[in-house]
Ligand binder design. Structure first.
Ligand code: ATP
Length: 453
């Protein structure tokens, strides 16, 4: 399997992902998507939106603010309960997620434990911990650190704080009633949203897997409580299928039910991907009962209910949630597509075998020569293809090198303009995976590509 190091190097070298603020020595927990990364990330988001909203008559979209009334985070329990246990090495000053240190030696701690209970478990296993450059005796007693990121937006000059949202779904819950009333929806129905979330992760690590600023794609499905199990099972299957359809190898995907549930949850399953650093959560599917709407009803004093005409009663719907991070999906897709291949002539190539629908660039247009009318003709072909596809033009270096560069960023097709093009108006299409080439007349090029894609 590919190493995380190889993925990070490729991502940086080819303009997929850059570490944040590098000219100022970097800023931990944040990454910037470069020219190719933004294309790939947009394709992933569009694909999600297509599956979860555009093709679903029962699901609508939303884009709520990143900052909201601070009471929302009290109602949701985030101001008190959204915390991870942290321990500090007193010699080096390094901070660690204490529950992750336990996990590394096979001890899982209950998320609901009080800090006293957690400290007891931690003390029992402390001596067995294995940490690079730190002696377990030097670790401090764990403390809970809240993950909410605070801001002073709109509170300047007062003692109050606001928060950057820790998850996008709260914006959906607080808009539930307005969406319901304006769109005349009937149970069951869903509201979906894609957007940034922020968490003060103690130890951001593993590249895009755990960052402090990230994007989530979340869908909340409102249903009668008695139907929730059926919808939970359906959405779990739908999400697994959607991930496979992005081209992710199904052997590297698995569904793992949570061993312990938070008190309000009825069911929770992690869809895990086998990253280079092990099986980890890629997406969560949760049956949240009617906890969220009940909490916001209590804290806001507004009735977040649904009037069921058949039953002639007001009910608080239950919620099935699907939640996936764009960065974690991006990383899974890159790891899955990465391949190093030795060719028949003994040379090596790196190729990203990305599904054509998500590849950042679909076509490379390459003139054979930088003279004799090739660039002029190639630019015309580029302009025609760019109306429909994500295309780039590349005239620098030997043709073989240009093909390798296209392979390395996962470009499914290269269209080459050569001497014959000028005579008979045909071009060569070179296929990324098979490296086979075929000759196609320019007037039929778009139709031909459409049939192939
Ligand atoms: P973990 O246990 O790995 O911290 P979580 O259970 O806290 O994750 P959720 O709160 O369920 O995660 O968030 C839903 C999804 O958002 C996750 O499945 C993941 O894809 C994404 N996500 C959560 N935290 C991060 C993060 N710090 N960086 C990148 N993506 C994240």
């Amino acid at each position: 399997m590919v190493t995380l190091e190889a993925i990070m190097q490729l991502a940086k070298r080819r303009g997929f992902v850059f570490p944040s603020s590098e000219i100022y020595d970097g800023f931990a927990g944040v990454y910037d998507y470069g020219p190719l990364g933004v294309e790939l990330a947009n394709n992933l988001k569009n694909s999600w939106w297509h599956t979860m909203v555009r093709t679903r008559p029962d699901i609508v979209g939303l884009d709520s603010g990143i900052t909201m009334h601070p009471k929302i985070w009290e109602a949701s329990g985030h101001t008190t309960g959204f915390a991870d246990p942290v321990t500090t090495c007193t010699k080096t000053g390094k901070r660690f997620r204490a529950d992750h240190l336990l996990e590394d030696i096979g001890v899982s701690a209950d998320e609901r434990m009080s800090i006293e209970e957690f400290r007891k478990v931690f003390a029992e296993h402390k001596q067995s911990l294995k940490i690079d450059g730190c002696n377990p005796d030097d670790l401090s007693e764990p403390e809970f650190q809240n993950l909410l990121v605070t801001s002073n937006l709109g509170t300047l000059g007062s003692d109050e704080v606001t928060y950057l949202r820790g998850e996008t779904c709260q914006g959906i819950y607080v808009n539930f009633k307005q969406v319901l009333d304006t769109m005349h929806l009937h149970l069951p129905f869903g509201i979906a949203q894609v957007g940034k979330a922020f968490r003060n992760e103690i130890a951001p690590r593993q590249f895009l897997f755990r960052t402090r600023e990230f994007e989530q794609m979340e869908m909340q499905y409102f249903t009668h409580g008695e139907d929730s199990k059926q919808h939970f099972d359906t959405f779990l299957q739908l999400r697994l299928q959607a991930l496979k359809e992005l081209g992710i190898n199904e052997e590297r995907l698995r569904a793992t039910p949570h061993e312990r549930l938070v008190f309000y949850a009825k069911a929770a399953v992690d869809i895990e991907y086998q990253y280079p650093f092990g099986w980890k959560e890629l997406e969560g599917i949760h049956d949240r009962g009617n906890y969220d709407l009940t909490q916001h009803t209590e804290h806001s004093g507004q009735k977040l209910t649904y009037f069921d005409q058949d039953r002639n009663e007001h009910i608080i719907p239950s919620i099935i949630e699907t939640s996936i991070g764009v960065g974690r999906l991006f990383l899974a897709v890159l790891c899955d597509a990465y391949d190093e291949e030795t060719l028949e002539d003994g040379t090596e190539r790196t190729v990203l075998r990305l599904q054509p629908s998500i590849a950042p660039m679909t076509i490379a247009v390459v003139p054979l020569m930088r003279k004799d009318g090739h660039p002029e003709k190639a630019k015309k072909v580029y302009a025609a293809l760019a109306q429909q596809y994500s295309v780039y033009y590349d005239e620098t270096g030997a043709i073989g090198k240009r093909y390798r560069r296209a392979d390395e960023i996962g470009t499914p097709f290269a269209v080459t303009i050569d001497y014959d093009t000028l005579k008979d108006d045909t071009v060569t299409i070179r296929h990324r995976d098979s490296m086979q080439q075929e000759r196609v007349p320019i007037p039929q090029l778009i139709q031909h590509l459409q049939n192939t894609l």
